[in-house]
Design a protein. Structure first.
Length: 312
């Protein structure tokens, strides 16, 4: 994985993710929630090129509007590079060029993918030869989704989503992603979940402190059966996100009316992920949603996590 000496440029790639299952525990005293989630990495990627530099900088390109992204030290990719430099004692910097294809604030972990790919690229660029386990430990300090973007595949996440264990997933699942032209704040959606639970305290079971992933989800993934998985898709953040962005309910309806086995909000939204039976069904649904002026892209999963790309 590592190269022994510095290069002029290193290219790394990391995937976005879909939460096929997300159970959120009750609000804890520290303001956080315990999670139980099933992640699947999908074939919508962030590409990071790392160039030698004396300081740390980042710039963006790609298929989506990046004009609102921060490029200062608060950017997660810059944080990742600086964390690796601190860990290894590296005294230089890096110029990061990121091609973004995962929706921004879309619930698919695009910023986390940037951070994971940055760790891998900087380690190779600087020749710091950090082990995979150490890179994962750094990733866990950067955010709950960063370790999964590094690992990829299919995994169960507990704690705050950063305590990962690989999950067996047979075959390939086909997804059509309906991309919104706006973002949703993850903390804002969690806050709305807490309000939602308070409003409906008489009608819903109280949240438990430490949730777990439904065994039927694991069975469906192991079987590689999209129809089985469709019956188990679940996301506790979907109701509060729909309360904040009611138009997403119609998007979910349109997808299921046009052939999706099921639809689910990915993470905190607003990206809607539709599970379909096969490649042909994915293409038909993408065309149908596009005709309804919904920006839709196809993806498959699971795919590999962060890895180096050797450009020709």
């Amino acid at each position: 994985m590592m190269i022994p000496e510095a290069s002029t440029v290193v290219h790394a790639r990391a995937p976005g993710k879909i939460n096929v299952f997300l159970k959120v525990g009750s609000l804890q005293d520290d303001g956080y929630h315990e999670l139980a989630t099933a992640f699947q990495a999908v074939s919508l990627y962030e590409d990071v090129w790392a160039y030698p530099a004396d300081d740390f900088s980042v710039e963006f390109s790609g298929s989506i509007d990046t004009s609102d992204l921060v490029t200062d030290g608060s950017n997660l990719a810059i944080k990742a590079a600086r964390a690796l430099a601190r860990k290894t004692g590296f005294r230089g910097g890096v110029r990061l060029v990121i091609s973004k294809n995962v929706p921004i604030a879309g619930g698919m972990g695009g910023g986390s993918a940037d951070a994971a790919a940055t760790l891998l690229a900087c380690d190779a660029l600087w020749g710091t030869a950090v082990s995979k386990e150490e890179l994962l430990a750094i990733a866990a300090t950067l955010g709950a989704d960063v370790p999964f973007a590094f690992m990829g595949g299919t995994a169960i996440g507990t704690g705050r989503g950063d305590q990962l264990s690989p999950a067996l997933a047979k075959g390939q699942f086909h997804w059509v992603l309906a991309l919104a032209d706006f973002g949703l704040s993850t903390p804002g959606v969690y806050a709305e979940l807490d309000r939602h639970r308070d409003r409906h305290a008489q009608d819903i079971f109280p949240a438990i402190m430490q949730p777990s992933v439904d065994a039927h989800v694991l069975q469906a993934l192991r079987a590689g059966e999209p129809a089985m998985l469709a019956e188990t898709l679940s996301n506790d953040l979907q109701a509060p996100a729909l309360h904040l962005a009611p138009g997403l309910a119609r998007v979910l309806e349109l997808g299921e009316e046009n052939g999706a086995l099921a639809g689910i909000l990915s993470g905190s939204g607003p990206t809607v992920a539709f599970l379909v039976a096969d490649t042909d069904s994915a293409l038909e649904l993408q065309v149908a949603l596009s005709a309804l002026r919904i920006h839709a892209v196809r993806a498959t999963g699971p795919v590999h996590g962060a890895r180096l790309i050797h450009d020709a």
